[in-house]
Write a protein that binds this ligand. Structure first.
Ligand code: HEC
Ligand code: HEC
Length: 282
């Protein structure tokens, strides 16, 4: 994982700091009858929370940490008054449109719905942080495995890339339910723990085409408006270029794009059902 958290750089979204964290248990909090109302209530729309988690890890995690608890350069967002007082992304959205570029916080042009997702995730994190005891009594397997199977093979299009008898065979035995849901939402970190994110086979890649010479593709180590560094797995070497507008040409690809795209469309019910289905694959 890289720690070149330089202030004031835009476009460092290639960086993913992932902790497939146990906080995914958010999912069942909503179903806890009589959960005590705190300053922020229990997360209602858990699919929004999970989408928010994905957006945050992709776009903000490099600076604020994948769980928003503070990262290479950005503060802990769960302690931010602005976030705590936010209503459904309204104040957060206003802030993001402007940012604080002079202090290393870029501005973001995210659709309102995505900002609302990020807010839902941050509020869920704040809620869980103040309700640690809830962790124990959560149960993520509240869905219908049959409906999950139908979704997996149908509308969810999971079977385009996965198979219950192939790559996901026995996945229910491999992970406990919470970890399993973590893998669905956050499949990126597949590598050896502690190894750099760019060595993950699912790392976000960039293809660099210099004005003369052949194109090179590698996992993004660093990407700003001014420079790009990739890791060339074949030669095990880093390569860097200075950027000036469109020179050299940089095309970013995410091996998990389609997986993420599907995730963005999930409803709460889909999430519960699919998790229950995959958990049944022992
Ligand atoms: C390049 C690093 C970087 C990225 C990427 C980034 N931030 Fe920040 N962010 C910062 C820094 C640095 C600050 C502190 C600015 C300051 O000192 O006022 C900050 C401040 C904030 C604050 C204000 C906290 C407060 O109460 O003052 C919020 C909210 C925030 N960021 C949300 C986000 C969200 C949401 C994203 C992703 C969509 C994001 N940031 C992406 C670096 C970043
Ligand atoms: C276009 C391809 C694509 C689609 C569609 C897709 N995924 Fe994935 N998924 C991937 C890739 C690639 C990985 C990473 C596999 C790896 O690291 O070995 C992955 C990882 C996973 C993992 C983690 C596996 C493990 O062993 O940790 C799960 C679980 C998963 N996907 C479930 C789903 C579900 C459920 C859907 C449908 C909603 C879905 N995927 C849709 C490509 C896809």
């Amino acid at each position: 994982m890289n720690n070149n958290g330089r202030r004031g750089t835009r476009g460092s979204r290639g960086k993913i700091l992932i902790s497939a964290s146990s906080a995914l248990i958010v999912v069942a909090v909503a179903s806890l009858a009589g959960a005590q109302q705190q300053a922020l209530g229990p997360p209602g729309d858990t699919a929004a929370v999970e989408r928010g988690r994905a957006v945050l890890s992709e776009q903000c995690g490099f600076c604020h940490g994948a769980n928003a608890r503070g990262g290479s350069s950005g503060p802990d967002l769960t302690r931010s008054a602005l976030v705590q007082e936010d209503e459904n992304g309204k104040q957060l959205g206003e802030f993001l449109r402007v940012g604080r570029p002079d202090r290393g916080m870029p501005k973001f042009d995210l659709p309102d719905a995505r900002v609302a997702d990020v807010a839902a995730f941050l509020h869920a994190e704040i809620y869980l942080a103040s309700n640690r005891r809830l962790y124990k009594i959560l149960d993520v397997l509240v869905g219908d495995p049959k409906a999950g199977q139908a979704f997996f093979n149908g509308a969810g299009r999971c079977s385009a890339c996965h198979s219950a008898t192939g790559d996901l065979k026995g996945i229910g035995a491999k992970y406990d339910p919470v970890a399993l849901q973590g893998r669905i939402v956050y499949p990126r970190r597949g590598g050896v723990p502690g190894s750099p994110a760019y060595e993950d086979k699912n790392a976000i890649k960039a293809t660099i085409t210099p004005s003369s010479g052949a194109a090179v593709t590698g996992a993004i180590v660093r990407l700003t408006d001014f420079e790009v560094t990739i890791y060339d797995a074949a030669t095990r070497q880093m390569r860097s270029w200075l950027r000036n507008g469109d020179t050299p040409k940089v095309v970013v690809t995410d091996p998990l794009q389609a997986h993420m795209d599907q995730l963005m469309k999930w409803t709460d019910t889909d999430m519960h059902n699919t998790t229950s289905y995959l958990a049944s694959l022992k």
